[in-house]
Design a protein around this ligand. Structure first.
Ligand code: 9MR
Length: 577
Protein backbone atom coordinates (compact mmCIF):
# COMPACT_ATOMS: atom_id res chain seq x y z
CA UNK A 1 0.00 0.00 0.00
CA UNK A 2 1.66 3.19 -1.19
CA UNK A 3 -0.62 6.26 -1.17
CA UNK A 4 0.39 9.73 -2.35
CA UNK A 5 1.30 11.44 0.90
CA UNK A 6 2.69 14.65 -0.57
CA UNK A 7 5.51 16.41 1.21
CA UNK A 8 7.59 14.30 3.62
CA UNK A 9 7.73 17.32 5.96
CA UNK A 10 4.75 16.88 8.30
CA UNK A 11 3.19 19.72 10.28
CA UNK A 12 -0.12 20.73 11.80
CA UNK A 13 -1.64 22.15 8.61
CA UNK A 14 -3.79 24.63 10.52
CA UNK A 15 -1.17 25.96 12.88
CA UNK A 16 0.46 26.29 16.25
CA UNK A 17 -0.50 28.43 19.26
CA UNK A 18 1.85 31.37 19.82
CA UNK A 19 3.09 30.08 23.18
CA UNK A 20 2.54 26.39 22.48
CA UNK A 21 4.91 23.62 21.40
CA UNK A 22 5.77 23.61 17.67
CA UNK A 23 7.00 20.30 16.37
CA UNK A 24 6.95 18.39 13.12
CA UNK A 25 8.10 15.11 11.63
CA UNK A 26 10.25 14.45 8.53
CA UNK A 27 10.00 11.18 6.59
CA UNK A 28 13.32 10.25 4.99
CA UNK A 29 15.64 7.39 4.16
CA UNK A 30 18.48 9.36 5.77
CA UNK A 31 19.66 8.27 9.19
CA UNK A 32 21.85 11.30 10.00
CA UNK A 33 20.51 14.67 11.20
CA UNK A 34 19.45 17.17 8.50
CA UNK A 35 19.09 20.95 8.49
CA UNK A 36 15.63 22.47 8.68
CA UNK A 37 14.53 26.04 8.01
CA UNK A 38 11.32 27.82 8.92
CA UNK A 39 10.27 30.36 6.31
CA UNK A 40 7.69 33.14 6.54
CA UNK A 41 5.07 33.66 3.81
CA UNK A 42 7.38 36.09 1.97
CA UNK A 43 10.07 33.41 1.82
CA UNK A 44 12.36 34.98 4.40
CA UNK A 45 14.08 32.59 6.78
CA UNK A 46 12.76 32.94 10.31
CA UNK A 47 14.55 30.12 12.11
CA UNK A 48 16.60 27.01 11.49
CA UNK A 49 18.19 24.04 13.19
CA UNK A 50 18.96 20.38 12.82
CA UNK A 51 16.58 17.44 13.00
CA UNK A 52 16.66 14.61 15.53
CA UNK A 53 16.80 11.16 13.88
CA UNK A 54 14.17 8.90 15.48
CA UNK A 55 14.51 5.65 13.55
CA UNK A 56 11.56 3.62 12.32
CA UNK A 57 8.13 4.69 13.57
CA UNK A 58 6.09 1.56 14.43
CA UNK A 59 2.78 3.28 13.67
CA UNK A 60 3.71 3.67 10.00
CA UNK A 61 6.91 1.77 9.19
CA UNK A 62 8.43 5.09 8.11
CA UNK A 63 11.99 6.14 8.98
CA UNK A 64 11.52 9.54 10.58
CA UNK A 65 13.23 12.54 12.14
CA UNK A 66 11.82 15.22 14.41
CA UNK A 67 12.19 18.99 14.41
CA UNK A 68 11.14 21.65 16.90
CA UNK A 69 10.64 25.38 16.38
CA UNK A 70 8.81 26.14 19.63
CA UNK A 71 11.07 29.15 20.14
CA UNK A 72 9.31 31.00 17.30
CA UNK A 73 6.47 33.12 18.70
CA UNK A 74 5.83 35.60 15.90
CA UNK A 75 2.17 35.27 14.79
CA UNK A 76 1.60 34.95 11.07
CA UNK A 77 0.13 32.93 8.22
CA UNK A 78 1.80 31.00 5.43
CA UNK A 79 4.77 29.65 7.34
CA UNK A 80 6.49 26.56 5.88
CA UNK A 81 9.32 24.24 6.95
CA UNK A 82 11.85 23.05 4.37
CA UNK A 83 14.24 20.10 4.75
CA UNK A 84 16.44 18.62 1.99
CA UNK A 85 14.57 20.69 -0.59
CA UNK A 86 11.16 19.39 0.52
CA UNK A 87 8.61 21.93 1.81
CA UNK A 88 5.72 21.34 4.21
CA UNK A 89 2.12 22.42 3.74
CA UNK A 90 1.67 26.05 4.90
CA UNK A 91 0.47 26.80 8.44
CA UNK A 92 -0.13 29.68 10.83
CA UNK A 93 1.15 30.73 14.23
CA UNK A 94 -1.37 32.60 16.40
CA UNK A 95 -3.79 32.54 19.31
CA UNK A 96 -7.18 32.59 17.63
CA UNK A 97 -6.56 29.80 15.12
CA UNK A 98 -9.14 27.46 16.66
CA UNK A 99 -12.02 29.78 17.56
CA UNK A 100 -13.99 28.80 14.45
CA UNK A 101 -13.40 25.10 15.11
CA UNK A 102 -15.69 25.46 18.13
CA UNK A 103 -18.56 26.56 15.89
CA UNK A 104 -17.79 24.15 13.04
CA UNK A 105 -17.47 21.06 15.22
CA UNK A 106 -20.72 21.89 17.06
CA UNK A 107 -22.66 22.74 13.89
CA UNK A 108 -22.18 19.07 13.01
CA UNK A 109 -24.70 18.21 15.75
CA UNK A 110 -27.38 20.57 14.50
CA UNK A 111 -26.92 19.15 11.01
CA UNK A 112 -27.30 15.59 12.32
CA UNK A 113 -30.64 16.44 13.95
CA UNK A 114 -33.59 14.20 13.19
CA UNK A 115 -37.18 15.42 13.17
CA UNK A 116 -36.49 19.06 12.30
CA UNK A 117 -35.83 20.94 9.08
CA UNK A 118 -32.20 21.99 8.72
CA UNK A 119 -32.46 25.71 8.07
CA UNK A 120 -30.56 27.40 5.22
CA UNK A 121 -30.31 30.58 7.30
CA UNK A 122 -28.22 28.67 9.83
CA UNK A 123 -26.12 26.41 7.60
CA UNK A 124 -26.36 27.78 4.03
CA UNK A 125 -28.43 26.54 1.07
CA UNK A 126 -26.07 23.68 0.31
CA UNK A 127 -26.64 22.01 3.66
CA UNK A 128 -30.35 22.79 4.15
CA UNK A 129 -32.70 19.78 4.03
CA UNK A 130 -36.22 18.79 5.03
CA UNK A 131 -36.90 17.22 8.41
CA UNK A 132 -36.04 13.52 8.54
CA UNK A 133 -38.23 10.79 10.03
CA UNK A 134 -40.99 13.28 10.73
CA UNK A 135 -43.83 11.05 9.55
CA UNK A 136 -44.12 12.52 6.05
CA UNK A 137 -44.18 9.84 3.32
CA UNK A 138 -42.13 7.93 2.43
CA UNK A 139 -40.75 8.24 6.01
CA UNK A 140 -42.52 6.13 8.58
CA UNK A 141 -41.74 8.71 11.26
CA UNK A 142 -40.06 8.41 14.65
CA UNK A 143 -43.06 9.77 16.57
CA UNK A 144 -44.81 6.42 16.74
CA UNK A 145 -42.21 3.66 16.63
CA UNK A 146 -43.24 0.05 17.28
CA UNK A 147 -41.02 -2.54 18.88
CA UNK A 148 -39.50 -5.36 16.94
CA UNK A 149 -41.76 -8.38 16.99
CA UNK A 150 -42.01 -9.98 20.41
CA UNK A 151 -40.16 -7.17 22.23
CA UNK A 152 -43.11 -5.07 23.42
CA UNK A 153 -46.63 -4.16 22.39
CA UNK A 154 -46.49 -0.38 22.82
CA UNK A 155 -45.10 2.33 20.57
CA UNK A 156 -42.89 5.24 21.63
CA UNK A 157 -42.75 8.83 20.42
CA UNK A 158 -38.99 8.91 19.90
CA UNK A 159 -38.84 11.76 17.40
CA UNK A 160 -35.85 14.10 17.47
CA UNK A 161 -32.32 13.33 18.62
CA UNK A 162 -29.25 13.13 16.41
CA UNK A 163 -28.58 10.60 13.68
CA UNK A 164 -25.64 8.56 14.87
CA UNK A 165 -23.27 8.85 11.96
CA UNK A 166 -23.42 8.21 8.21
CA UNK A 167 -26.44 6.02 8.91
CA UNK A 168 -29.75 7.28 10.26
CA UNK A 169 -30.02 5.07 13.31
CA UNK A 170 -30.41 6.50 16.82
CA UNK A 171 -28.61 4.60 19.55
CA UNK A 172 -28.93 5.36 23.26
CA UNK A 173 -25.50 3.85 23.82
CA UNK A 174 -23.49 6.43 21.89
CA UNK A 175 -26.07 9.17 22.22
CA UNK A 176 -25.20 9.07 25.92
CA UNK A 177 -21.46 9.63 25.65
CA UNK A 178 -21.94 12.23 22.91
CA UNK A 179 -24.42 14.40 24.76
CA UNK A 180 -22.37 14.01 27.96
CA UNK A 181 -19.29 15.36 26.20
CA UNK A 182 -21.17 18.38 24.88
CA UNK A 183 -22.52 19.03 28.39
CA UNK A 184 -19.01 18.60 29.80
CA UNK A 185 -17.62 21.08 27.30
CA UNK A 186 -20.13 23.54 28.75
CA UNK A 187 -19.69 22.45 32.38
CA UNK A 188 -15.94 22.99 32.16
CA UNK A 189 -16.54 26.67 31.41
CA UNK A 190 -18.13 27.07 34.87
CA UNK A 191 -14.85 26.32 36.66
CA UNK A 192 -11.86 26.38 34.28
CA UNK A 193 -9.69 29.47 34.16
CA UNK A 194 -9.24 29.59 30.40
CA UNK A 195 -12.44 28.50 28.74
CA UNK A 196 -14.21 29.61 25.61
CA UNK A 197 -17.46 30.15 27.51
CA UNK A 198 -18.61 33.15 25.46
CA UNK A 199 -18.53 31.07 22.30
CA UNK A 200 -21.04 28.60 23.72
CA UNK A 201 -23.45 31.17 25.15
CA UNK A 202 -26.95 32.06 24.01
CA UNK A 203 -26.94 33.68 20.58
CA UNK A 204 -23.48 32.42 19.63
CA UNK A 205 -23.96 29.09 17.84
CA UNK A 206 -25.94 28.39 14.67
CA UNK A 207 -28.89 26.68 16.35
CA UNK A 208 -32.60 27.54 15.98
CA UNK A 209 -32.97 28.11 19.74
CA UNK A 210 -30.79 31.25 19.67
CA UNK A 211 -32.18 33.95 21.95
CA UNK A 212 -34.13 31.64 24.30
CA UNK A 213 -32.01 32.56 27.32
CA UNK A 214 -30.21 29.18 27.52
CA UNK A 215 -26.59 28.70 26.38
CA UNK A 216 -26.71 27.45 22.80
CA UNK A 217 -24.56 24.39 23.52
CA UNK A 218 -27.12 23.30 26.14
CA UNK A 219 -29.89 23.79 23.58
CA UNK A 220 -28.02 21.39 21.29
CA UNK A 221 -27.55 18.91 24.13
CA UNK A 222 -31.24 19.08 25.05
CA UNK A 223 -32.21 18.00 21.54
CA UNK A 224 -30.52 14.66 22.27
CA UNK A 225 -31.45 14.44 25.95
CA UNK A 226 -35.14 14.66 25.09
CA UNK A 227 -34.68 11.76 22.69
CA UNK A 228 -32.86 9.68 25.31
CA UNK A 229 -35.67 10.35 27.80
CA UNK A 230 -38.23 9.22 25.25
CA UNK A 231 -36.56 5.81 24.95
CA UNK A 232 -37.41 4.81 28.54
CA UNK A 233 -39.87 1.96 29.06
CA UNK A 234 -43.09 3.54 30.40
CA UNK A 235 -44.35 2.96 33.96
CA UNK A 236 -46.64 -0.06 34.21
CA UNK A 237 -44.88 -1.99 31.44
CA UNK A 238 -42.60 -4.95 31.98
CA UNK A 239 -39.05 -3.60 32.52
CA UNK A 240 -40.43 -0.14 33.37
CA UNK A 241 -37.58 2.35 33.84
CA UNK A 242 -35.19 0.43 31.62
CA UNK A 243 -34.23 2.09 28.35
CA UNK A 244 -34.45 0.72 24.82
CA UNK A 245 -31.00 0.17 23.35
CA UNK A 246 -31.69 1.72 19.96
CA UNK A 247 -34.07 2.55 17.16
CA UNK A 248 -33.26 2.22 13.46
CA UNK A 249 -34.33 0.98 10.04
CA UNK A 250 -35.42 -2.65 9.68
CA UNK A 251 -32.84 -3.11 6.87
CA UNK A 252 -29.64 -1.27 5.99
CA UNK A 253 -30.27 1.38 3.31
CA UNK A 254 -27.97 2.36 0.45
CA UNK A 255 -26.06 5.60 -0.19
CA UNK A 256 -26.93 8.31 -0.95
CA UNK A 257 -30.24 8.76 0.82
CA UNK A 258 -31.70 11.92 2.35
CA UNK A 259 -33.23 11.24 5.78
CA UNK A 260 -36.67 12.38 4.58
CA UNK A 261 -36.51 9.87 1.72
CA UNK A 262 -36.01 6.80 3.92
CA UNK A 263 -38.96 4.43 3.43
CA UNK A 264 -37.80 1.65 5.75
CA UNK A 265 -39.89 0.73 8.79
CA UNK A 266 -38.30 2.01 12.01
CA UNK A 267 -38.11 -0.39 14.95
CA UNK A 268 -37.41 -0.21 18.68
CA UNK A 269 -34.91 -2.82 19.83
CA UNK A 270 -35.00 -4.38 23.32
CA UNK A 271 -33.97 -2.49 26.43
CA UNK A 272 -30.43 -3.02 27.74
CA UNK A 273 -28.66 -2.33 31.01
CA UNK A 274 -26.01 -0.28 29.16
CA UNK A 275 -28.61 2.00 27.52
CA UNK A 276 -30.41 2.38 30.85
CA UNK A 277 -27.21 3.52 32.56
CA UNK A 278 -26.35 5.87 29.67
CA UNK A 279 -29.66 7.61 30.27
CA UNK A 280 -29.11 7.62 34.03
CA UNK A 281 -25.69 9.26 33.66
CA UNK A 282 -26.55 11.78 30.95
CA UNK A 283 -29.89 12.80 32.49
CA UNK A 284 -28.28 13.20 35.93
CA UNK A 285 -25.68 15.54 34.43
CA UNK A 286 -28.39 17.37 32.49
CA UNK A 287 -30.42 17.82 35.66
CA UNK A 288 -27.74 19.93 37.34
CA UNK A 289 -26.93 21.94 34.20
CA UNK A 290 -30.52 22.78 33.25
CA UNK A 291 -31.54 23.66 36.83
CA UNK A 292 -30.84 27.42 36.34
CA UNK A 293 -32.60 27.57 32.97
CA UNK A 294 -35.55 25.18 33.19
CA UNK A 295 -36.11 23.67 36.66
CA UNK A 296 -39.07 21.59 35.47
CA UNK A 297 -36.98 19.92 32.79
CA UNK A 298 -34.17 19.45 35.30
CA UNK A 299 -36.56 17.71 37.70
CA UNK A 300 -37.94 15.52 34.93
CA UNK A 301 -34.40 14.52 33.93
CA UNK A 302 -33.35 13.72 37.51
CA UNK A 303 -36.46 11.64 38.09
CA UNK A 304 -35.80 9.66 34.89
CA UNK A 305 -32.15 9.20 35.86
CA UNK A 306 -32.98 7.85 39.32
CA UNK A 307 -35.70 5.57 37.93
CA UNK A 308 -33.28 4.28 35.30
CA UNK A 309 -30.50 3.64 37.81
CA UNK A 310 -32.86 1.68 40.07
CA UNK A 311 -34.08 -0.34 37.08
CA UNK A 312 -30.48 -1.12 36.08
CA UNK A 313 -29.70 -2.34 39.61
CA UNK A 314 -32.72 -4.63 39.36
CA UNK A 315 -31.70 -5.86 35.88
CA UNK A 316 -27.90 -5.64 35.88
CA UNK A 317 -27.15 -8.01 33.02
CA UNK A 318 -29.48 -7.41 30.09
CA UNK A 319 -26.75 -7.17 27.47
CA UNK A 320 -27.22 -6.01 23.89
CA UNK A 321 -25.99 -8.81 21.61
CA UNK A 322 -23.42 -8.49 18.82
CA UNK A 323 -25.84 -10.30 16.53
CA UNK A 324 -28.36 -7.42 16.54
CA UNK A 325 -26.72 -5.63 13.60
CA UNK A 326 -29.26 -5.75 10.77
CA UNK A 327 -30.25 -2.27 9.62
CA UNK A 328 -28.09 -0.60 12.26
CA UNK A 329 -25.00 -1.05 14.42
CA UNK A 330 -25.05 -3.44 17.38
CA UNK A 331 -23.27 -1.31 20.00
CA UNK A 332 -22.90 -4.56 21.89
CA UNK A 333 -21.15 -4.45 25.26
CA UNK A 334 -20.48 -7.45 27.48
CA UNK A 335 -19.31 -5.46 30.52
CA UNK A 336 -21.42 -2.73 32.10
CA UNK A 337 -19.30 -2.21 35.23
CA UNK A 338 -18.05 1.04 33.68
CA UNK A 339 -21.57 2.26 32.84
CA UNK A 340 -22.61 1.61 36.47
CA UNK A 341 -19.58 3.62 37.62
CA UNK A 342 -20.35 6.54 35.32
CA UNK A 343 -24.05 6.68 36.27
CA UNK A 344 -23.35 6.45 40.01
CA UNK A 345 -20.75 9.24 39.71
CA UNK A 346 -23.10 11.60 37.88
CA UNK A 347 -25.98 10.89 40.27
CA UNK A 348 -23.66 11.50 43.23
CA UNK A 349 -22.39 14.81 41.84
CA UNK A 350 -25.95 15.99 41.19
CA UNK A 351 -27.66 14.75 44.38
CA UNK A 352 -24.86 14.28 46.94
CA UNK A 353 -26.65 11.13 48.12
CA UNK A 354 -24.49 8.68 50.01
CA UNK A 355 -25.84 5.55 48.29
CA UNK A 356 -24.38 6.78 45.00
CA UNK A 357 -21.07 7.60 46.70
CA UNK A 358 -20.97 4.06 48.08
CA UNK A 359 -21.64 2.65 44.60
CA UNK A 360 -18.74 4.67 43.18
CA UNK A 361 -16.31 3.76 45.95
CA UNK A 362 -17.47 0.14 46.07
CA UNK A 363 -17.08 -0.41 42.34
CA UNK A 364 -14.31 -2.81 41.26
CA UNK A 365 -13.13 0.08 39.06
CA UNK A 366 -12.65 2.47 41.96
CA UNK A 367 -8.99 3.52 42.08
CA UNK A 368 -8.06 1.34 39.08
CA UNK A 369 -6.43 3.93 36.83
CA UNK A 370 -5.75 1.61 33.91
CA UNK A 371 -9.27 0.19 33.85
CA UNK A 372 -10.88 3.63 34.04
CA UNK A 373 -8.50 5.18 31.50
CA UNK A 374 -7.64 2.54 28.86
CA UNK A 375 -4.54 3.49 26.87
CA UNK A 376 -6.53 3.54 23.62
CA UNK A 377 -8.89 6.13 25.05
CA UNK A 378 -12.24 5.85 26.77
CA UNK A 379 -15.18 5.28 24.43
CA UNK A 380 -18.89 4.45 24.08
CA UNK A 381 -18.03 0.98 25.41
CA UNK A 382 -15.72 2.18 28.19
CA UNK A 383 -17.40 5.05 29.98
CA UNK A 384 -16.04 5.07 33.53
CA UNK A 385 -13.67 7.92 32.61
CA UNK A 386 -16.64 10.22 31.98
CA UNK A 387 -17.65 9.84 35.61
CA UNK A 388 -14.09 10.03 36.90
CA UNK A 389 -13.25 13.22 35.00
CA UNK A 390 -16.42 14.86 36.33
CA UNK A 391 -15.75 13.70 39.90
CA UNK A 392 -12.28 15.22 39.54
CA UNK A 393 -13.34 18.56 38.08
CA UNK A 394 -16.99 19.35 38.91
CA UNK A 395 -17.64 20.58 42.49
CA UNK A 396 -19.11 17.72 44.54
CA UNK A 397 -19.42 16.24 48.03
CA UNK A 398 -16.49 13.79 48.01
CA UNK A 399 -14.32 14.16 51.10
CA UNK A 400 -10.91 15.76 50.58
CA UNK A 401 -9.22 12.34 50.69
CA UNK A 402 -11.69 10.80 48.29
CA UNK A 403 -11.27 13.70 45.89
CA UNK A 404 -7.47 13.49 46.07
CA UNK A 405 -7.62 9.80 45.19
CA UNK A 406 -9.88 10.46 42.20
CA UNK A 407 -7.68 13.29 40.97
CA UNK A 408 -4.64 11.05 41.43
CA UNK A 409 -6.00 8.59 38.89
CA UNK A 410 -6.50 11.42 36.39
CA UNK A 411 -2.96 12.74 36.76
CA UNK A 412 -1.49 9.20 36.74
CA UNK A 413 -3.32 8.47 33.49
CA UNK A 414 -2.21 11.81 32.08
CA UNK A 415 1.43 11.18 33.06
CA UNK A 416 1.38 7.95 31.05
CA UNK A 417 -0.10 9.85 28.08
CA UNK A 418 2.60 12.54 28.28
CA UNK A 419 5.19 9.75 28.11
CA UNK A 420 3.40 8.21 25.12
CA UNK A 421 3.30 11.55 23.28
CA UNK A 422 6.96 12.27 24.07
CA UNK A 423 8.08 8.95 22.64
CA UNK A 424 5.80 8.95 19.56
CA UNK A 425 7.48 10.15 16.36
CA UNK A 426 4.27 11.95 15.47
CA UNK A 427 3.72 13.33 18.98
CA UNK A 428 0.31 11.84 19.67
CA UNK A 429 -0.78 10.68 23.15
CA UNK A 430 -1.75 7.24 21.91
CA UNK A 431 -0.27 3.85 21.06
CA UNK A 432 2.08 3.37 18.13
CA UNK A 433 1.68 -0.38 17.50
CA UNK A 434 -0.19 -1.15 14.28
CA UNK A 435 -3.01 -2.89 16.19
CA UNK A 436 -3.57 0.22 18.30
CA UNK A 437 -5.38 1.80 15.34
CA UNK A 438 -9.00 0.60 15.61
CA UNK A 439 -12.37 1.66 14.19
CA UNK A 440 -12.74 5.26 15.38
CA UNK A 441 -9.09 5.60 16.46
CA UNK A 442 -9.24 9.38 16.10
CA UNK A 443 -11.82 9.49 18.90
CA UNK A 444 -9.40 7.49 21.07
CA UNK A 445 -6.70 10.10 20.44
CA UNK A 446 -9.11 12.94 21.23
CA UNK A 447 -10.48 11.29 24.37
CA UNK A 448 -6.92 10.82 25.63
CA UNK A 449 -6.42 14.53 24.94
CA UNK A 450 -9.44 15.25 27.18
CA UNK A 451 -7.81 13.31 30.04
CA UNK A 452 -4.68 15.44 29.53
CA UNK A 453 -6.67 18.66 29.33
CA UNK A 454 -8.48 17.83 32.56
CA UNK A 455 -5.13 17.13 34.24
CA UNK A 456 -3.92 20.50 32.97
CA UNK A 457 -7.00 22.19 34.45
CA UNK A 458 -6.40 20.47 37.79
CA UNK A 459 -2.68 21.19 38.08
CA UNK A 460 -1.77 23.99 35.65
CA UNK A 461 1.20 21.91 34.48
CA UNK A 462 2.20 22.80 30.95
CA UNK A 463 3.34 19.26 30.03
CA UNK A 464 -0.31 18.18 30.00
CA UNK A 465 -1.38 21.09 27.84
CA UNK A 466 1.52 20.47 25.46
CA UNK A 467 0.50 16.85 24.92
CA UNK A 468 -3.04 18.00 24.10
CA UNK A 469 -1.61 20.32 21.47
CA UNK A 470 0.71 17.73 19.92
CA UNK A 471 -2.29 15.40 19.76
CA UNK A 472 -4.15 18.08 17.83
CA UNK A 473 -1.16 18.36 15.49
CA UNK A 474 -1.62 14.66 14.65
CA UNK A 475 -5.35 15.08 13.93
CA UNK A 476 -4.67 18.07 11.66
CA UNK A 477 -1.87 16.73 9.47
CA UNK A 478 1.29 15.92 11.38
CA UNK A 479 0.86 12.21 10.74
CA UNK A 480 2.07 9.38 8.48
CA UNK A 481 -0.43 10.29 5.73
CA UNK A 482 0.14 14.06 5.82
CA UNK A 483 -3.62 14.31 6.16
CA UNK A 484 -6.03 16.41 8.22
CA UNK A 485 -9.01 14.37 9.43
CA UNK A 486 -11.25 17.44 9.84
CA UNK A 487 -13.11 18.70 6.76
CA UNK A 488 -12.21 22.27 5.82
CA UNK A 489 -9.28 22.39 8.27
CA UNK A 490 -5.87 22.04 6.62
CA UNK A 491 -4.64 21.83 3.04
CA UNK A 492 -5.07 18.07 2.67
CA UNK A 493 -8.27 17.29 4.58
CA UNK A 494 -10.94 14.57 4.54
CA UNK A 495 -13.92 15.45 2.35
CA UNK A 496 -15.50 12.15 1.38
CA UNK A 497 -16.60 10.73 4.70
CA UNK A 498 -19.23 7.99 4.77
CA UNK A 499 -22.62 9.76 5.00
CA UNK A 500 -25.98 9.31 3.30
CA UNK A 501 -26.65 13.00 2.64
CA UNK A 502 -23.14 14.55 2.47
CA UNK A 503 -22.43 12.24 -0.43
CA UNK A 504 -20.83 14.50 -3.03
CA UNK A 505 -18.49 11.71 -4.10
CA UNK A 506 -21.52 9.73 -5.32
CA UNK A 507 -23.80 12.58 -6.48
CA UNK A 508 -22.37 15.98 -7.44
CA UNK A 509 -25.67 17.63 -6.48
CA UNK A 510 -25.11 16.67 -2.86
CA UNK A 511 -22.58 18.48 -0.63
CA UNK A 512 -19.34 17.25 0.90
CA UNK A 513 -19.49 16.97 4.70
CA UNK A 514 -19.57 20.44 6.28
CA UNK A 515 -16.42 22.01 7.69
CA UNK A 516 -15.62 20.58 11.11
CA UNK A 517 -16.59 16.94 10.36
CA UNK A 518 -14.11 14.43 11.82
CA UNK A 519 -13.24 11.11 10.13
CA UNK A 520 -13.09 8.02 12.33
CA UNK A 521 -9.48 7.59 11.23
CA UNK A 522 -7.04 4.74 10.64
CA UNK A 523 -8.26 1.20 11.39
CA UNK A 524 -5.66 -1.48 10.78
CA UNK A 525 -8.26 -4.29 10.99
CA UNK A 526 -9.61 -3.45 7.48
CA UNK A 527 -13.30 -3.80 8.38
CA UNK A 528 -15.09 -2.78 5.19
CA UNK A 529 -14.79 -3.99 1.58
CA UNK A 530 -13.14 -0.78 0.34
CA UNK A 531 -10.51 -0.88 3.09
CA UNK A 532 -9.94 -4.57 2.36
CA UNK A 533 -9.48 -3.86 -1.35
CA UNK A 534 -7.45 -0.65 -1.13
CA UNK A 535 -5.43 -0.88 2.09
CA UNK A 536 -3.93 -4.38 2.01
CA UNK A 537 -0.54 -4.41 3.72
CA UNK A 538 -0.99 -1.04 5.42
CA UNK A 539 0.59 -0.39 8.81
CA UNK A 540 -1.31 1.20 11.73
CA UNK A 541 -1.79 4.90 11.18
CA UNK A 542 -1.53 4.43 7.39
CA UNK A 543 -4.75 2.36 7.27
CA UNK A 544 -7.12 5.09 6.16
CA UNK A 545 -8.71 6.12 2.87
CA UNK A 546 -10.78 9.24 2.12
CA UNK A 547 -13.46 7.26 0.29
CA UNK A 548 -17.19 7.44 1.07
CA UNK A 549 -17.48 3.65 1.01
CA UNK A 550 -14.85 3.08 3.70
CA UNK A 551 -17.13 3.25 6.73
CA UNK A 552 -14.57 1.62 9.02
CA UNK A 553 -11.94 4.35 8.42
CA UNK A 554 -13.85 7.31 7.07
CA UNK A 555 -17.26 7.63 8.68
CA UNK A 556 -18.39 10.56 10.80
CA UNK A 557 -20.13 9.95 14.13
CA UNK A 558 -21.57 11.96 16.99
CA UNK A 559 -19.25 10.27 19.51
CA UNK A 560 -16.24 11.28 17.40
CA UNK A 561 -17.23 14.91 16.77
CA UNK A 562 -18.11 15.38 20.45
CA UNK A 563 -14.52 15.07 21.72
CA UNK A 564 -13.37 17.21 18.79
CA UNK A 565 -15.80 19.90 19.95
CA UNK A 566 -14.63 19.54 23.58
CA UNK A 567 -11.00 19.92 22.53
CA UNK A 568 -11.82 22.85 20.23
CA UNK A 569 -13.33 24.62 23.25
CA UNK A 570 -10.25 23.85 25.34
CA UNK A 571 -7.76 25.03 22.70
CA UNK A 572 -9.77 28.14 21.79
CA UNK A 573 -9.80 28.99 25.51
CA UNK A 574 -6.00 28.71 25.75
CA UNK A 575 -5.70 31.49 23.21
CA UNK A 576 -7.58 33.86 25.52
CA UNK A 577 -4.83 33.93 28.19
O1 9MR B 1 -17.99 3.21 16.71
C1 9MR B 1 -18.37 1.85 16.55
C2 9MR B 1 -17.14 0.99 16.64
O2 9MR B 1 -16.58 1.07 17.94
C3 9MR B 1 -17.48 -0.45 16.31
O3 9MR B 1 -16.28 -1.20 16.24
C4 9MR B 1 -18.22 -0.51 14.98
C5 9MR B 1 -18.62 -1.92 14.57
O4 9MR B 1 -19.55 -2.43 15.45
O5 9MR B 1 -19.37 0.30 15.03
C6 9MR B 1 -19.09 1.65 15.23
O6 9MR B 1 -20.27 2.36 15.30
C7 9MR B 1 -21.04 2.50 14.11
C8 9MR B 1 -22.44 2.03 14.46
O7 9MR B 1 -22.42 0.65 14.70
C9 9MR B 1 -23.47 2.39 13.40
N1 9MR B 1 -23.41 3.79 13.07
C10 9MR B 1 -22.09 4.19 12.62
C11 9MR B 1 -21.07 3.97 13.72
C12 9MR B 1 -19.70 4.50 13.32
O8 9MR B 1 -19.11 3.77 12.30
Amino acid sequence: YDPDTGSPVRVNQVGYLTEGPKQGTFVTEETGARDWTLNAADGSEVAGGTTTPLGVDPSSGQNVQGFDFSEVTEPGDGYTVTIDGETSEPFSIGDDLYDDLVDDSLSFFYQQRSGIEIDADLVGEEYARPAGHANVAPNQGDDNVPCQEGVCDYTLDAAGGWYDAGDQGKYVVNGGISVAQLMSEYERTLTAENAAGEQLADGELAVPEQGNGTPDILDEARWELEFLLSMQVPAGEELAGMVHHKLHDAQWTGLPQLPNEDSQPRELHPPSTAATLNLAAAAAQGARLFEPYDPDFAAQALDAAETAYAAALAHPDILAPASDATGGGAYNDADVTDEFYWAAAELFITTGEDSYRQDVLGSPLSGDTEAIFPSGGFSWGSTAALGQLDLASVPNDLTADQLAAVRGTVTDAADALVDAADSAAYGLPFGTASADYFWGSNSGVLNNMIVLATASDLTGESAYRDAVLTGLDYILGRNPLNHSYVTGWGERASENQHHRFWAHQLDPDLPHPPDGSLSGGPDSALQDPTAEAELQGCVGAMCYIDDIQSYSTNEVAINWNAPLAWIAGYVAGLGTD
